[in-house]
Design a protein around this ligand. Structure first.
Ligand code: HEC
Length: 711
């Protein structure tokens, strides 16, 4: 009866927790009335360790630690871990989400922005929601049609879809309650990051800085979907006036007319939040297009490639710290922003930490944004170090490839020393566990660059820097690729241990109070390490590469570990042959849940087809193929792979029937027959002659590959 009354009160209040009556608040504080599914309140979100059995937001907590105090599974018994249940997902693209678990129910997103709810113990599906994202949006998703998870608030889930909608779902039924469009559909925006729920607000960012957009963060009312505030990260058209004082100041750091391209600086990944300071933290992406800024200050392009703090209540600017001024290397500063209290020089300091794409590990005072430490956690060749006073990198002259006009091989490259894959901080060991990598990238300015529709608009010459057929150069490029799990001491500023991996593009990380670190990898294993020294303790063959970060939860005192398996993301889409460094991977998208004594098994993976398709025996005009190579690099390589070598997520065009059948080619490339699967029609941008040139290039590549392979 009392419970019923509470629900009436809640219904009358429209679920606005901050306004709820005293009895509801008291009940929520005690954390008791869980009869309503996913009843996640402000109290619960700010006291995650009061209920270690749950995992209430993608990063576990507002500090984005990806750490759980659970320790029933520990470094002594982890060898007994087995698969408890698995679920085959119905999308065969990269899976990047970390699920949440609230009171025994698991919610996770998958590729194409779908949402699934499971009984977390049995894996029984409760419902699935498909927002029916139009396939044509994929052309503007630089890095796969991925999604990184949901936010939960007061009985509802919040989903950000690839095409920019924010949808509130009833957690019990999976039915939409409201839906709002958060982007201008005429611009090439996408959304892949998980939203964050903060005291009745849903915070959401967006992506698209490879194509031409202006970055911003928005806050919506969780109850109604009304826009509460919007914070732009790039100043807009000066003629229209600036939205804030900080943007007026930022405008002085951009060259004239920057705003026509949008500027980039998108907030495409994760958020963290300090309830005591009321500050919301996010990182901003690269400047778009690349290599168009005058070199040196004041052309910093604020607030791109920065860590930014705003007041969550109003969206007003608090501070920023720019990791890469005047970015021209795609050094987004959007990696995990982890909050912790560290003892530095004998004093406890409230810090924010980031292992940035540019290769430096930053520790900042999170109240002021002041730099406390910055040291490289991977090799860097673009700069000599960070000035401890100003925080500015000392950039080497040769790194300004736009000034020299030469190819410059940057380390880290555009894939970063660390990308979106979440790192984890364990307050027990005091270490940060970073999915680190060494992936160089050849930068060469495209002098003739003009932004175009249905193309990546980075402004670099990707055809000229495509990996050449020369086997020696290919072997060298492959040898240079590295990936490792790095345990970093953020106070001593040094690596404590390292677990070397077969190659780069490995999974996000979970650490636990059981002295364990879990990470899936590009070689298709899910591995547990001892958190204190990195000893490899257990592994599971997942039959596919893993890029998502795991999470852990408990039901009725029993601990489980879950990870989404499913190879994908930018690396297998665009890196061509380099994406095979850890072995060829096929996407087999699944939710995998483990427990001590688990006895579930995966069905045996079907054998790989071994026959090599012979290429069409036609004579290719080399001039036509060279012209096609340009178009391919500009419009096709971001999905079908560098040098027409596919990393396995989308068809390898060297072996496509479309090279033998002009009719099939025309139906797909001109007619858009596969649009719903993410392959648009290029009719509006490629003439019949240009399409024929691309096809000639692909036939040439097929003939080269066939001649080089032992068949
Ligand atoms: C945004 C990613 C993306 C881009 C960019 C892209 N494609 Fe595709 N393409 C796909 C996907 C995904 C498929 C597979 C669709 C399906 O599931 O059948 C595909 C399929 C194809 C096929 C059919 C292959 C087969 O054997 O089934 C051809 C041919 C093709 N693409 C050519 C091109 C050309 C030429 C370009 C550049 C002008 C291009 N694609 C650019 C994603 C892309």
């Amino acid at each position: 009866m009392r419970r019923a009354l509470i629900f009436v009160a809640i219904a009358l209040l429209g679920g606005a927790g901050v306004l709820a009556g005293p009895r509801v608040v008291a009940a929520a504080r005690a954390g008791t009335p869980r009869a309503r599914r996913a009843w996640v309140t402000a109290y619960r979100l700010t006291h995650p360790n009061a209920e270690p059995q749950n995992w209430l937001s993608t990063g576990h907590d507002y500090s984005d630690t990806w750490f759980s105090p659970l320790k029933a599974i520990d470094d002594r018994n982890v060898g007994g871990l087995g698969l408890a249940w698995h679920d085959d997902l119905d999308t065969h693209r990269g899976q990047e989400a970390t699920p949440v678990v609230v009171d025994g129910v698991m919610y996770t997103t998958s590729a194409w922005s779908k949402v699934q709810a499971f009984n977390a113990v049995t894996g029984r599906r409760l419902w699935q929601f498909d927002p029916k994202v139009p396939g044509r949006i994929a052309i503007y998703a630089c890095c796969d049609v991925v999604n990184r998870g949901v936010a939960v608030w007061m009985g509802r889930l919040y989903l950000a879809t690839l095409d920019g909608r924010l949808i509130a779902l009833d957690a019990r039924t999976g039915r939409p309650v409201w839906s709002v469009l958060t982007v201008d559909p005429r611009r090439p925006y996408t959304v892949t990051g998980a939203p964050l729920a903060v005291a009745g607000r849903i915070i959401i960012g967006n992506a698209g800085a490879e194509y031409g957009v202006r970055g911003y963060v928005s806050a919506y009312d969780a109850a109604t979907g009304k826009l509460l505030w919007r914070f732009y990260t790039v100043p807009g058209d000066p003629a229209k006036g600036f939205e804030s004082a900080v943007l007026a100041r930022a405008a002085k750091t951009w060259p004239p007319g920057w705003w026509r391209s949008g500027g980039g600086a998108t907030v495409w990944n994760t958020f963290s939040y300090d309830p005591d300071l009321g500050l919301l933290y996010f990182g901003t992406g690269n400047i778009q297009p690349w290599g168009r800024m005058p070199s040196g200050a004041p052309a910093d392009g604020l607030l791109s490639a920065s860590i930014v703090a705003v007041h969550v209540a109003t969206g007003q600017y608090a501070w920023h710290f720019q990791t890469t001024p005047g970015d021209r290397w795609d050094y987004d500063s959007t990696q995990t922003l982890t909050l912790a209290t560290l003892t530095i020089d004998g004093r406890p300091r409230k810090v924010i930490m980031q292992a940035a794409k540019n290769g430096y590990f930053y520790v900042l005072d999170r109240a002021t944004g002041r730099l406390l430490a910055a040291r490289n956690f991977v090799p860097v060749n673009w700069s000599r170090g960070i000035d401890p006073q100003t925080g500015r990198p000392e950039v080497k002259p040769e790194a300004f490839y736009d000034v020299t006009g030469q190819v410059w091989v940057g380390t880290p490259g555009a894939a970063g020393g660390h990308n979106w894959q979440p790192m984890s901080f364990s307050p027990v060991t005091g270490l940060v566990y970073i999915p680190a990598q060494e992936v160089s990238f050849p930068y060469l300015l495209d002098r003739a660059f003009e932004p175009q529709a249905l193309a990546t608009n980075m402004g670099i010459d990707q055809a000229a820097t495509s990996l050449p057929p020369d086997p020696k150069i290919r072997a060298q490029a492959l040898a240079g690729l590295k990936g490792y799990l790095s345990a970093w001491d953020p106070v001593a500023e040094r690596e404590v241990w390292r677990a070397p991996l077969a190659g780069p593009w490995n999974g996000g990380v979970l650490s636990t109070a059981g002295n364990l670190v879990f990470e899936g990898n590009a070689a298709g294993s899910f591995v547990a390490y001892r958190a204190s020294d990195g000893k490899r303790l257990w592994s599971f063959a997942a039959e596919t590469g893993i890029i998502a970060a795991p999470m852990t939860f408990a039901v009725a005192g029993k601990q489980y570990v879950t990870v989404l398996a499913g190879w994908g993301g930018i690396f297998p889409l665009a890196a061509g042959e380099l994406s095979f460094k850890s072995g060829r991977q096929v996407n087999r998208s699944r939710v995998l849940t483990f427990a001590l004594g688990g006895t579930d098994r995966l069905p045996a993976a079907p054998p790989e087809p071994t026959s090599v398709v012979p290429p069409p025996a036609v004579r290719v005009d080399p001039a036509l193929a060279a012209q096609g190579a340009q178009e391919y690099a500009r419009r096709c390589g971001s999905c079908h792979g560098d040098g027409a070598v596919s990393g396995g997520l989308v068809p390898d065009l060297r072996y496509s029937a479309a090279l033998r059948s002009e009719e099939f080619w025309n139906a797909v490339v001109d007619g858009g027959a596969f649009e719903s699967e993410g392959m648009v029609s290029f009719k509006s941008v490629l003439s019949a002659a240009q399409q024929a040139a691309v096809r000639a290039y692909l036939i040439e590549r097929a003939q080269q590959s066939y001649a080089a392979s032992a068949h």
